[in-house]
Ligand binder design. Structure first.
Ligand code: ATP
Length: 249
């Protein structure tokens, strides 16, 4: 379908078309489209822009990455379809590995997503051989890589589901989530919850990593001053305010 650039929802419509193509190509699952729709709804409520709370969280996320010893970025089908280039860029800048983890897993789909991410980032990804298990999760979703997620101290989880996020926290991982829903269990469980759209959040985090890696002391200060709970409360206040007075901010 051709979408006219004059359409007020041009970007959203183009993204939807692309996500639908990615379903046909096997990278995105059909239920991934529903998760995408939930994200769009929250983005609408936030005014479809990076809020001051998201900016603060993006800076704190970068600080956590700079201070980490073994960071990893997990990638699912939606994240790959939406932001493969930006994920590769952040992995390079923060010396993080990329690991593919799928909610709806089959060997065939895993190979498709790994190959897609490798082609889009130019980086090698983990995920084809999953020799680790995240305790406390039923089914295939517990599978991960021992040399990747299991060995990491900091895990960046874009668009993750709550079960896995909580399981990572239980085994001592520090979590950076990117999720437009401030109420999701993922955002609530995270060490740093970035409530922003993925393609806006990733370049901002990368830019902060570039700045903060030159000044680890400042990264420490940024982290000390960041309060995830307070930040999430402030996001919810912003949504309520936006609902009452949509044109005020
Ligand atoms: P949880 O299990 O954490 O309580 P959930 O059931 O909503 O939440 P999923 O549906 O598995 O979890 O995760 C998808 C999440 O990703 C949703 O919360 C949605 O808001 C978010 N999301 C979808 N698209 C984007 C996007 N482009 N940028 C940021 N977040 C997004």
């Amino acid at each position: 379908m051709r979408v006219s650039e004059d359409h007020p929802r041009y970007r959203s419509l183009v993204t939807r078309e692309r996500m639908a193509e990615m379903v046909a190509g096997g990278v995105v699952s059909v239920t991934g489209l529903i998760a995408h729709g939930r994200g769009e709804a929250f983005d609408y409520l936030l005014g479809e822009r990076t809020t001051p709370e998201a900016e603060g969280a993006e800076m704190a996320a970068a600080a956590l990455l700079v201070l980490s010893e073994r960071p990893i970025i997990t990638v699912n089908g939606n994240a790959a379809a939406l932001a493969v280039k930006e994920l590769g860029e952040l992995a390079r800048i923060s010396d993080a590995m990329l690991e593919v983890n799928l909610f709806h897993r089959s060997d065939e789909r895993m190979e498709k997503v790994c190959a897609f991410v490798e082609a889009g980032t130019g980086e090698q990804v983990l995920g084809r051989i999953q020799d680790g298990i995240l305790e406390g999760i039923a089914s295939d979703r517990a599978r991960c890589c021992r040399s990747g997620l299991m060995a990491a101290d900091v895990v960046l989880i874009p668009l993750e589901d709550g079960d896995r996020a909580e399981a990572m926290v239980r085994v001592g991982k520090k979590i950076i989530s990117i999720d437009l829903n401030p109420l999701s269990r993922t955002s609530q469980a995270a060490t740093v919850a970035v409530v922003d759209e993925l393609t806006r959040a990733l370049p901002n985090i990368s830019a902060w990593v570039e700045k903060l890696r030159k000044d680890p002391k400042e990264a420490g200060r940024v982290l000390t001053n960041f309060d995830n709970r307070k930040n999430l409360t402030s996001v919810l206040d912003r949504i309520c305010h936006h609902l009452r007075e949509p044109s005020s901010d």
